[in-house]
Design a protein around this ligand. Structure first.
Ligand code: NAI
Length: 329
């Protein structure tokens, strides 16, 4: 049988982990023919709870799950991993300033970047879900000089999926009838969901909707604030949908985005679309066999330009803040 793919998940005892691990083990990430070995990283106090999750993984008797290893040492857990899903992060707690949050997460992603640099497999891909995702990915990337920069990405697929769902409702279609939606920029309230290049059954989505006020005042803010709306309704932050988006993003990265479509992924900017080089910025990308390419040549009008610049400016601020903390060079 084929060699198992080694997939690391950090924050494995958390909410997202509780959805994510079972979907990975069932084959949703790598397909029905690829066995998987899970490497689960947690902080020491959460290892007991993680053992309970592993008991449940055992009890599912997943045919594709070849092995599960857990621990609190990044170098041990990341040893030889082909894919690392960095989900664990320090949540913002009461009284915590933005700088404190960046510093706490900076420490986590500095250490994990260094550990991946040292022990991960040569073909490793790293997807960051833990927030602030773009800047956490930037910190990990900057601390892993031997891993090509293209191997790091931050998750904006949840925003992309939220956009598909909202647009489908408005247009009275199913999500599978929509293609080429784009999330630009930061996984934060400044993100910009662009339907001006999207297609609904081959027709321009903005023209189908034909309601600029809805796009500007309802659609874009609804997608951007969806996370807060979920917290308000559910009492805790989105977890199953975040896990599902993490799976979608990883699967498409490794196996390829659908023909005639693209996906949104926050990747290192090469300056495309006037975004400062080196930022982890969400772009429309086409993926093939673990590589990605930014879709080029899209026409950007003034409305889009202003929103793309605003989210880039926020990422520049975050980058400068972690630079000032000495977390990146
Ligand atoms: P959670 O708080 O339930 O779980 C996080 C887990 O990470 C905890 O079990 C914690 O012990 C662990 N952890 C903390 N520091 C760690 C470290 N250094 N190494 C390993 N594990 C560590 O949080 P939840 O709901 O699972 O969310 C995880 C992250 O994902 C949060 O940062 C959240 O904001 C983010 N998120 C991102 C989304 C996106 O679209 N990019 C969507 C939803 C959540």
């Amino acid at each position: 049988s084929p060699t198992p793919v080694k997939v690391a998940v950090t924050g494995a005892a958390g909410q997202i982990g509780y959805s994510l691990l079972f979907r990975i083990a069932s084959g949703a990430l790598l397909g029905p023919d690829t066995p998987v070995e899970l490497r689960l990283l947690e902080i020491t106090p959460a290892l007991g709870a993680l053992e309970g999750v592993v008991m449940e993984l055992d009890d599912c008797a997943f045919p594709l799950l070849s092995k599960v290893e857990i621990g609190d040492d990044a170098e041990t857990i990341f040893d030889g991993v082909n894919l690392a899903l960095l989900v664990g992060a320090r949540p913002r707690t009461k009284g915590m300033e933005r700088g404190d949050l960046l510093e706490a997460n900076g420490a986590i992603f500095t250490a994990q970047g260094k550990a991946l640099n040292k022990v991960a497999a040569d073909d490793v891909r790293i997807g960051v879900t833990g927030n602030p995702a773009n800047t956490n990915a930037l910190i990990a990337m900057s601390n892993a000089p031997d891993i090509p920069r293209e191997r790091f990405s931050a998750l904006t697929r949840l925003d992309h999926n939220r956009g598909l769902s909202q647009l489908a409702k408005k247009a009275g279609v199913t999500v599978s009838e929509i293609k080429k939606l784009t999330i630009w920029g930061n996984h934060s309230a400044t993100q910009y969901t662009d339907i001006f290049h999207a297609e609904i059954n081959g027709q321009n989505a903005a023209e189908v909707v034909n309601d600029q006020a809805w796009i500007a005042d309802t659609f874009i803010p609804t997608v951007a604030k969806r996370g807060a709306a979920i917290i308000e309704a559910r009492g805790s932050s989105s977890a199953a949908s975040a896990a599902s988006a993490t799976i979608d993003a990883g699967r498409d990265w490794l196996t390829g985005s659908p023909e005639g479509d693209w996906v949104s992924m926050a990747v290192v900017s090469d300056g495309s679309y006037g975004v400062p080089e080196g930022l982890i910025y969400s772009y429309p990308v086409i993926t093939r066999n673990g590589d990605w390419e930014i879709v080029q040549g899209l026409e950007i009008d003034d409305f889009s330009r202003a929103k793309m610049d605003a989210t880039a400016a926020e990422l520049v601020e975050e980058r400068d803040a972690v630079k000032a903390l000495g977390l990146i060079g």
